[in-house]
Every structure is written in structure tokens, then in C-alpha cells.
Design a protein around this ligand. Sequence first.
Ligand code: PMV
Length: 334
Amino acid sequence: MTAPTDVPIAPDARLHVATHGSAAEPGATGRAGAKAILLGEHAVVYGRPAIAIPVNALGVEAHAQPAEGRGHLASTLFHGPIARAPERLHVTLTAVRAALAAAGRPGAALDISIDSSIPAERGLGSSAAVSAAVIEAVLGACGFAADDETMHELIQTAERAAHGAPSGLDARTVRARAAVWFDQGRIEPVSVGRDLVFVIADTGVRGRTREAVAAVAQRRESDPRAVEAALDELGALATDLRSDVSTGDREAIGSAMSRAHVLLTGLGVGDPALDHLVQAATAGGALGAKLTGGGRGGCVLGLARDAASAAELGDRLTRAGAAAVWTTTVEGAA
Ligand code: PMV
């Protein structure tokens, strides 16, 4: 499998990156990327499989180095002493504390900077990617080498602070730079038969993963048969999709995506802004489109016929009101 490549169409102009630290300074750098769920969000929480793809146009870089005095944080959301970081950074602070504890340096003072181009709360794995990059940087600055499972557990610790009982899909995929199959907490590479060009369109509405996960749980209590049937169908779609991706059957992939959107909406995690962009994508020539991530806002993922039609599709989605649009290509064998 070759590495995917990405082309930003309309980078989100509202995003600013904080720059602090450089390669010449002592310390360590951690990196992670955005992800989009091709199929299986929510169903993975109930043990069904999922497929995720990297979005290489968007990523996070974190740098950590020993502080001279108290530790400082430099990020888009906050600049100042770590001890005074606001509550909305509690996931990042959980990541820092978990990494320091794992490295056996719970009281160490570090200067940490975070540069991220991943929009937060859009279902693109921002929280897991920031945590992954920060944990890697903090462990590196402490001279601690973590194995893959330790890294995963540390990211999961931060993800639990973000949304309760995460499946582990985000924690695994923000560090994987290729399409992955996720099942029972583990990932495997997915073989890709032909190039797949996806367009991602941001509704501009904050996704609400925690609320969406809770809504599905509640619906499953009140209507277990219907919800289990939808989860089973999502699981079956993911399983079929894996072979469609390996043979490069774009029509079948698109139709599975569109069906997944209907099922997810039926589970109560849709939003009118998502439906609007899914319809615009379909009208604009997408072979299929769906919400991606937790839902109730966030982004839509559409499959384009090829790179040229992805550019047209991106323009169409921008005209339909998307706050930002990116393309991501998962390269296949042919
Ligand atoms: O919205 P995101 O990017 O955090 O994705 C959430 C994916 C869910 O399946 C809804 C939850 C999970 O833990 O897997």
C-alpha cells in the first residue's frame, strides 16, 4: 500500500497556528494527523468494525522542553502558565499529566507548544491528534521511550476525558498514516485497489460527540431491536466495504457511504446542516456522502469519481455553504 496524499482546496482561514520552539532547541517533537471515518462511527462503540482514512492535509505538531521556571503552554487557545490553563483545555492537560506520570516525572515543569491545523469538534479526530502529539513530545522531552500499546493507553486516558468511553478508533487512527480496518480495539491495514479521492466539507457546526454517543445509548435502551438492527447493518456495510475498497469498486463504496448516512441519521446523530451538505455532494456528482465522526454537526465525507471531479465537488460544496473543504486521496495499487 502506498501512502495517501492530500490537497487542501480551501484551508480554513479562521485557523491560526501558534509557533513556539524550533528544531534547534532541546526537547522533543510529537506529531499526529487528522482522520475521517469512512464507515462505522457509533457502531464501533458496540463492537462492530469500522474503516478510517487519514486526512494528511491536516495535522498537529507539539513541542516540549524542560522549563526554566514554571511550565508554559503556547497554543491557539491559550498562552500562559500551564497551571492557569482554562478548563476547556482539560483534555490536553490530562494528556500532559498522563505522559509525565508514565515517564515517572509527575512534577516536571515543561514548556509545551501546540500547532494544529485540525479544526476542533468537527469529527476529524482533533482531540485524539492533539493528545497523541503532546504525549509523544512530553515523553520524548523526559527521555522516555513508550511502546505502541503504552502510547495508545495514554491517548485513551485523554480521550476518556474528552468523551467518556471512546472506542479507541480515534486514538489508533490519528497515528496511522494509511487506511485502516478497526475491529475489537485493534487496527490492520486495508488494501486499496484503486485511488479513492474524498472531499471533506465542514458544516461549520460544532460536532457534539459526547452528546451523540449518549443519544445512541439512550435510544438503544428504549428501542433495542431497531438500534441493534441499524448497528448490525452498519457492521455488515463495513465488512462489505473492506472488500469493495480492496477491489476499488467506487460505486459500491459510494452507495455504502450514503446508506450509512441514512442509518446514522436514524440513530439520532444527524443534523440539518449535515443533510444539506450530503445532498449538495450527491447533486454535485459524489458517488456517495455521509457524516463522518460523532455527528450532530462536524463534517461530511464524499467520494468523488476522480481528482478532477473532486475539485468541482469542492467548489460546489463551498457554494452550498461549507465553512471549509479539503480533499484527501487514498492511493491504491492502480
Ligand atoms: O467525533 P470524533 O472524531 O471524536 O469520532 C467519534 C467516533 C465515535 O464512533 C462516534 C465514538 C467512538 O468512540 O468511536
